[in-house]
Design a protein around this ligand. Structure first.
Ligand code: NAP
Length: 233
């Protein structure tokens, strides 16, 4: 049973990407918290609908949900690593423009518009957390490969850091975090994970929510791992 302490009583949550492995686990954990008044899910199969490849749907769904806000917690749990015509590139020779475009649209450009349209729905002392990935760390890149995914997450991190600076001027108590969930059992990781080290989504979600709960405004704009470690950009 979860208990979030930093969001007050009767806090409201918006989970964008609640259909994914981590998104579902976030929703289940938060619904088990007696202090949580409401969990709203948003994605390609909800009403309103949000598709990261459709900028109008991002703006319109934010407009529609504004009446349910402000939200004390907003989680962006979407992302793509592979899919039809998208495979992580092992070498430069595998880079394809259309696959790059799609990965950047879902991992970077869509989330940029989510920041634009949904940060105004955050409570002034609330927290917004975006799922990134440690492989998006430029400083930690030792293996190479995965060009589209790595660079889309590195650019996502810059968007989060930049938005956090702007957010701090307006709402100094709010938190905007980039989170690395670790390797988690999910459709996204399934073809790639080392079988031994993938954790259940429920465990990862609980760990990430603890990181959010323990974070302060001082951490806003940070790139944090599921165990609370600050990751290098
Ligand atoms: N799993 C891991 O090991 C791991 C490791 C590091 C980082 N992460 C990050 O964690 C996040 C969640 O990953 P996951 O493992 O939970 O993946 P997942 O189970 O594959 O879930 C992906 C989510 O993204 C949504 N999505 C994809 N394209 C979308 C679009 N165009 N518009 C709106 N939503 C879209 C999916 O919605 P639909 O149901 O509509 O497809 C689904 O809700 C991702 O950002 C990923 O990069 C995961």
């Amino acid at each position: 049973m979860l208990r979030m302490h930093s969001l007050g009583d009767n806090y409201r949550v918006l989970v964008i990407g609640g259909s994914g492995a981590l998104g579902q686990a976030f929703c289940a954990a938060l619904r088990s918290d007696s202090a949580c008044a409401q969990v709203t899910e948003l994605g390609r199969n909800t009403t309103p609908r949000l598709d990261l490849e459709d900028p109008v749907s991002i703006a319109e769904s934010a407009d529609t949900l504004a009446q349910q806000g402000p939200f004390q917690l907003i989680l962006l749990a979407t992302g793509i690593l592979h899919g039809p015509a998208v495979q992580p590139e092992k070498s430069l020779a595998a880079i394809e423009a259309e696959a790059l475009r799609r990965v950047f649209q879902i991992n970077t450009l869509g989330p940029a518009l989510v920041l634009r349209h949904f940060l105004p729905l955050l409570s002034a002392d609330g927290a917004m957390a975006v799922l990134s990935a440690k492989v998006g760390s430029i400083g930690d890149n030792r293996l190479g490969g995965w060009y589209a995914y790595r660079s889309s997450k590195a650019a996502l991190n810059m968007l989060i850091k930049t938005a956090a600076i702007e957010l701090r001027r307006q709402w100094p108590k709010a938190r905007l975090l980039s989170l690395h969930p670790g390797t988690v059992v999910s459709p996204l990781s399934q073809p790639f994970r080392g079988a031994a080290n993938a954790r259940p989504a429920a465990q990862a979600a609980a760990e990430l929510l603890a990181v959010v709960d323990e974070s302060t405004a001082h951490d806003s704009g940070g790139f944090l791992s599921y165990n609370g470690d600050r990751l290098p950009w």
